[in-house]
Design a protein around this ligand. Structure first.
Ligand SMILES: Cc1cc2nc3c(=O)[nH]c(=O)nc-3n(C[C@H](O)[C@H](O)[C@H](O)COP(=O)(O)OP(=O)(O)OC[C@H]3O[C@@H](n4cnc5c(N)ncnc54)[C@H](O)[C@@H]3O)c2cc1C
Length: 383
């Protein structure tokens, strides 16, 4: 791979960095403390294309290549993990399945509504109270055809953005016989009768990103709300998650970069034994390890994104990049706290929030264990 960012990608990264520094990063502590979503980021981010990264221009989006999406989420993650999670749940999970698989009518009706930041966002509900990693065998939410409608019953769990979304793309079982061809995606408007969205989950980190349980009680939506092909829901989900994993890796990278920058600044300011702590080799070695791991993660992520942009297979590389970047972010944030000493444990400093935010990244959109299964299958496969 002969890799460099194009001038356009460099300019995009710079403009998202400046936007994040102005609109997102200054509010990161407030959204964490108040658990209030940063609506300013949506209202202003829409106009620079941050809400339509996976939406074609004819439906109001900015239709970006994967590397540009990674650059954007790396920058937003640098500013605020919670805002980044909601942005990726909207772009990668909430709009990508419609762009990739939806009918022209679905695209026309829903994508412009959520692309510009004037309204609410999109969301995707796969996980259920009793099914997360094992969606193929575990999903019990059903959709039954009655006349011109789907009738949906069941419960979902951990749906990011549900309360701030126009719709929830819901993974349902359409064939009670089960098997890999029994799942489908259906778009459910959040105001549909029978949809109940629970109060936001009380979380360890990413507290400004609302995440909810949902119940569906005889919810009726038109048959046309099927996203993609009936029975192809599992395949569509796995393809959606490949992209989502790279983006979760990008948020991890941004969080780690922010923690490193905070640690470097603190190492210059804090004095012990008559000198800045950064002068001690022990501290510089930590900074060196942190910077090296960040660079490695960045290379893995950009490579996975580049493969996707070339329309080449990238499931293994996406899994590797997310696995490494998410576990790296936790190590880097841990060391950033260590460099801050007691202050690192205080909410007056930012690194404890980054540590809490980073913790989700090894769980969402494929746990580290599931990613190792995916990678292991590729590595072990006979050639
Ligand atoms: C903040 C947050 C936001 C989220 N947002 C969304 C969202 O927008 N939409 C959505 O659908 N979901 C969302 N999720 C759910 C998330 O994707 C799941 O939590 C994740 O997929 C893991 O599923 P689970 O929690 O059911 O864990 P489980 O699947 O029950 O796993 C529990 C443990 O067992 C391990 N395990 C499971 N199977 C295996 C195996 N075969 N081999 C080895 N180990 C295994 C797992 O790795 C994990 O360590 C969110 C979760 C959180 C915390």
């Amino acid at each position: 791979m002969n890799f460099d960012l194009t001038d356009e990608q460099k300019a995009w990264k710079k403009s998202v960095h400046e936007f994040t520094a102005r609109v997102i990063k200054p509010k990161a502590r407030e959204v964490d403390e108040t658990e209030e979503f940063n609506w300013d980021a949506v209202r202003q981010g829409g106009s620079i294309g941050l809400l339509g990264m996976n939406i074609p221009e004819e439906y109001g989006g900015s239709n970006m290549d994967m590397i540009s999406s990674v650059l954007a989420l790396e920058e937003i993650g640098w500013g605020c993990g919670a805002t980044a999670l909601s942005f990726t749940a909207h772009n990668g999970l909430g709009t990508a399945p419609i762009t990739l698989y939806g009918t022209e009518a679905l695209k026309k009706k829903w994508l412009p509504l959520v692309a510009e930041g004037k309204n609410k966002l999109g969301s995707l509900a796969l996980t259920e109270p009793d099914a997360g990693s094992d969606i193929q065998g575990g999903v019990t939410t059903t959709a039954e055809k009655q006349g011109n409608e789907w009738v949906i019953n069941g419960a979902k769990m951990w749906c990011t953005n549900a309360s701030i979304a126009e719709y929830i793309i819901t993974l349902v079982r359409t064939d009670p016989k089960g098997g890999s061809k029994s799942l489908s995606m259906i778009l459910v408007p959040t105001d549909a009768q029978g949809v109940t969205i629970s109060p936001p989950e009380k979380k360890m980190g990413l507290r400004g990103s609302p995440v909810h349980g949902i119940t569906y009680n005889n919810v009726r939506v038109p048959l046309e709300n099927l996203v993609g092909i009936e029975g192809r829901g599992l395949h569509q989900t796995l393809a959606t998650l490949d992209g989502g994993r790279v983006i979760i890796g990008a948020i991890s990278l941004g969080l780690a970069q922010a923690a490193l920058e905070a640690a470097v600044e603190y190492a210059h300011e804090r004095k012990a034994f008559g000198q800045p702590i950064g002068e001690f080799q022990a501290i510089q070695f930590k900074l060196a390890n942190m910077a090296t791991e960040i660079e490695l993660a960045r290379n893995l992520l950009y490579k996975a994104a580049w493969l996707k942009d070339q329309n080449r297979p990238y499931s293994k590389e996406a899994a590797m990049a997310k696995l490494y970047a998410s576990e790296m972010a936790e190590r880097v944030c841990y060391e950033a706290i260590q460099i801050h000493g007691g202050n690192g444990y205080s909410r007056s400093y930012h690194v404890e929030r980054m540590y809490r935010d980073a913790r989700l990244m090894t769980i969402g959109e494929g746990t580290s264990e599931i990613l190792r299964l995916v990678i292991g299958r590729h590595v072990y496969a006979k050639k």
